[in-house]
Design a protein around this ligand. Structure first.
Ligand SMILES: [Cu+2]
Length: 160
């Protein structure tokens, strides 16, 4: 019975391990977060944003904020009269719900011109589709089996 249960756990681990890459949470600016003096263009470069992913703007809410704007307002740094994203929390989470270009700026006077502006392009689909080579697939499979075995052995040791 104990071994049987371990095998079930093994199967679950083996099945669950490869499915980690679903939606991604992007902290804008990473460790720099949302502030002046960062090139968000550079931060966004090379990243792929998909529908279902999340942008998290982390910032000092006494100094900054985040507005979602249209492309022309992004260019001219025009702050909208109302905030479509809800309240400014300093930890604003934005679910990317649709494809296309999205623009965000800080609405504090001079901050958008000072670089607090982010443009991203949201793509269709939930995960990037790199063509997995046979080698990496094999590696992944072996890794799952390895993980599963470790888990199983641990379970058996704990049970006995
Ligand atoms: Cu700001």
């Amino acid at each position: 019975m104990a071994i049987h249960r371990s095998l079930v756990i093994f199967a679950i681990v083996a099945l669950k391990t490869p499915a980690i890459s679903l939606a991604t949470d992007f902290v804008v600016g990473d460790d720099d977060r949302w502030k002046l003096g960062i090139k968000y263009e550079d931060w966004a470069k090379g990243k792929q944003f998909f529908v279902g992913d999340t942008l998290v703007f982390k910032y000092n809410a006494t100094v900054h904020n985040v507005y979602k704007v249209k492309g022309d307002n992004f260019k001219s740094c025009t702050v909208p009269s109302n905030n479509s994203l809800g309240s400014f929390t300093g930890n604003d989470t934005i679910k990317l719900a649709t494809t296309g270009n999205k623009w965000y700026i800080c609405g504090v006077n001079g901050h958008c011109d000072g670089g607090m502006k982010l443009k991203i392009t949201v793509l269709d689909g939930t995960a990037p589709a790199p063509a997995p080579s046979a080698a990496s697939t094999l590696l992944a499979t072996n890794f799952q089996i390895f993980l599963g075995m470790i888990f199983t052995i641990t379970s058996i040791v704990i049970v006995y």
